[in-house]
Write a protein that binds this ligand. Structure first.
Ligand code: CP
Ligand code: NVA
Length: 308
């Protein structure tokens, strides 16, 4: 079973093959209208279930459009409207869906839920974000960086703010793709130290730098994300804002970064909180290329899962 559950559980040469395919498919489409099919239709006759237990704009639309462009059919399912949201187990949901569809993408809460889905499904499962990882996002981010700056190996990525799911997938990717990663945020919101250790063991230089200005000084890419993720308790909002305010990505902080450093944010952004308009819309931002590349990267991930 070829699941796409996490960056670190997917062999590096396979990650590279997925990105090569994503780039080739993007180039082959050129500027044709979004609703027209690709020349190749590898998902013809295939049905994909897209399950969301949390909100989504990019993941939902990019997977759906990607399936259509490749000749398949998709259905977007909200967890709350499924029996899953009313007491049916993940295992039974996985067994049943496997009788109807060829591929399952799920966005959920704990990583254990994703693992249980994968364990009981007899079709491939894709991780569309959990509380602790967002591997599809990082595939698009690596693709975007390399489009603009060439190979990411040996490059320096500085993360500002919360050590959340996206930050943790960056740590996984640092080990796989061989880039260096600096985390800059408050100690209370550090990423899982086990991931830091694993990335270091794999040969990445991982720095924890409390001073945001020092963190961006040699960065090839500066990344941030929301201060309150979908899996975080609403009651933690004020505390998180207080802790994270010094790490806002603004023009003053970018003034300490190299002039050619790129800026990314997985979106949705909270303009004026973790990032200012001037940076998000500024000349160093590749944020909307990053959003577009979710489509291309995930099309290649789906093909890889299905072996088509
Ligand atoms: N970046 C991302 O996954 O966005 P959505 O929450 O809109 O899917
Ligand atoms: N860290 C964010 C990412 C959203 C795509 C969240 O989990 O809400």
């Amino acid at each position: 079973m070829t699941n796409f559950l996490d960056i670190h559980t997917t062999p590096t040469d396979e990650l590279r093959a997925i990105l090569d395919q994503a780039n080739a498919m993007k180039a082959a489409r050129g500027m044709r209208p979004k609703g027209t099919p690709d020349d190749e239709l590898p998902l013809q006759g295939r049905v994909v279930a897209l399950i969301f237990e949390k909100p989504s704009t990019r993941t939902r639309v990019s997977f759906d459009v990607g399936v259509r462009q490749m000749g398949g059919t998709s259905m977007v399912l909200s967890g709350a409207e499924m029996q899953l949201g009313h007491g049916e187990t993940i295992a039974d949901t996985a067994r049943v869906l496997s009788r109807y569809v060829d591929l399952i993408m799920i966005r959920t809460f704990g990583e254990d839920i994703l693992q249980e889905m994968a364990e009981h499904a007899s079709v491939p499962v894709i991780n569309g974000l959990t509380d602790s990882s967002h591997p599809c996002q990082i595939m698009a981010d690596v693709m975007t960086f390399e489009e603009h700056r060439g190979p990411i190996r040996g490059k320096r990525i500085a993360w500002m703010g919360d050590g959340n799911n996206v930050a943790q997938s960056f740590l996984h990717a640092a080990a796989s793709f061989g880039f260096h990663f600096t985390f800059s945020g408050p100690e209370a919101l550090d990423p899982d130290p086990r991931l830091v250790g694993a990335a270091r063991k794999a040969g990445s230089e991982v720095r924890i730098e409390r001073d945001p200005e020092a963190a961006v000084r040699d960065a090839d890419l500066v990344v941030t994300d929301t201060w309150v993720s979908m899996g975080d308790a609403e009651s933690s909002r004020q505390r998180r804002h207080n802790l994270l305010r010094p790490y806002q990505l603004n023009e003053r902080l970018m003034g300490h970064a190299p002039k050619d450093a790129l800026v990314m944010h997985c979106l949705p952004a909270h303009r004026g909180e973790e990032i200012t308009d001037a940076v998000l819309d500024g000349p160093q931002s590749v944020i909307f290329d990053e959003a577009e590349n979710r489509l291309h990267a995930q099309k290649a991930i789906m093909r890889w899962c299905l072996g088509v």
